[in-house]
Design a binder for this molecule. Structure first.
Ligand SMILES: CC(C)(COP(=O)(O)OP(=O)(O)OC[C@H]1O[C@@H](n2cnc3c(N)ncnc32)[C@H](O)[C@@H]1OP(=O)(O)O)[C@@H](O)C(=O)NCCC(=O)NCCS
Ligand SMILES: [Zn+2]
Length: 190
């Protein structure tokens, strides 16, 4: 993989990222408008993987005060996250990691997690990932554990309310609501 490059998302590549997300995560899960907004924020980093000039993956990480993280991502599971984050102030939230089907199993997610953790860990005291359990498999688990995360808990039907509200079609369930479970991984930093 000579030509592999990790670079901040460029506006002209937003549609490629949305297409990847639609295919791998689910239709309407991530939209162009959200990504355009993220490009304006200085606490949100979308790193795209370009291989031989083609966008083949991305990772999105956000640095959020605990209160904002809970408000934006954890209202339906507030108690779990408030307890988990009781000694935390700033969260490095790994919002998404996706690699396109034909380039999976070549170590790209490993490289993406390594790159983004090394680059942004110093900005927070706790890193967090809510990883998808797709058809009983959590494909991010080994990668996250390799880079220092531990499994805190598994939450059943984590995206049920969210998928009803935002009307997205999870790539595993293919209908609303999504009934997939999520594994919550944590890494204490500093
Ligand atoms: C999850 C996902 C990002 C992983 O990406 P990936 O680039 O295939 O992952 P990697 O290749 O770095 O590593 C994944 C596994 O492949 C293995 N692997 C790495 N290089 C390999 C190679 N050359 N040959 C075979 N296997 C390899 C890794 O050791 C790891 O092993 P595991 O199956 O024991 O976990 C990708 O499958 C994906 O986008 N899936 C759909 C969306 C999704 O589930 N995203 C995560 C949401 S939380
Ligand atoms: Zn689902």
């Amino acid at each position: 993989m000579k030509e592999i490059i990790f670079q901040p998302l460029k506006e002209e590549n937003i549609s490629a990222i949305v297409a990847l997300a639609n295919h791998e995560l689910g239709t309407h899960y991530l939209c162009e408008e959200t990504l355009k907004n993220y490009l304006q924020l200085d606490n949100t980093y979308c790193i795209q993987v370009v291989l031989n000039k083609e966008t083949v993956g991305f990772s999105m990480v956000r640095v959020l005060p605990k209160k904002d993280f809970i408000m934006q991502y954890a209202v339906t599971h507030k108690n779990i996250f408030e307890d988990l984050l009781k000694n935390s102030n700033t969260i490095l939230y790994r919002a998404h990691t996706v690699v396109s089907k034909e380039f999976q199993k070549r170590g790209i997610a490993n490289l993406l997690v390594k790159f983004t953790q090394e680059k942004y860990e110093s900005l927070a005291d706790t890193a967090l990932s809510v990883a998808w359990v797709k058809n009983k498999q959590c494909s991010m688990e080994n990668v996250l554990v390799k880079y220092g995360f531990y499994l805190h808990t598994e939450i059943k039907k984590y995206w049920k309310e969210d998928s009803l509200q935002k009307k997205y079609y999870c790539a595993a369930c293919k209908k609303i609501p999504c009934i997939c479970n999520a594994k919550v991984f944590v890494k204490r930093l500093g």
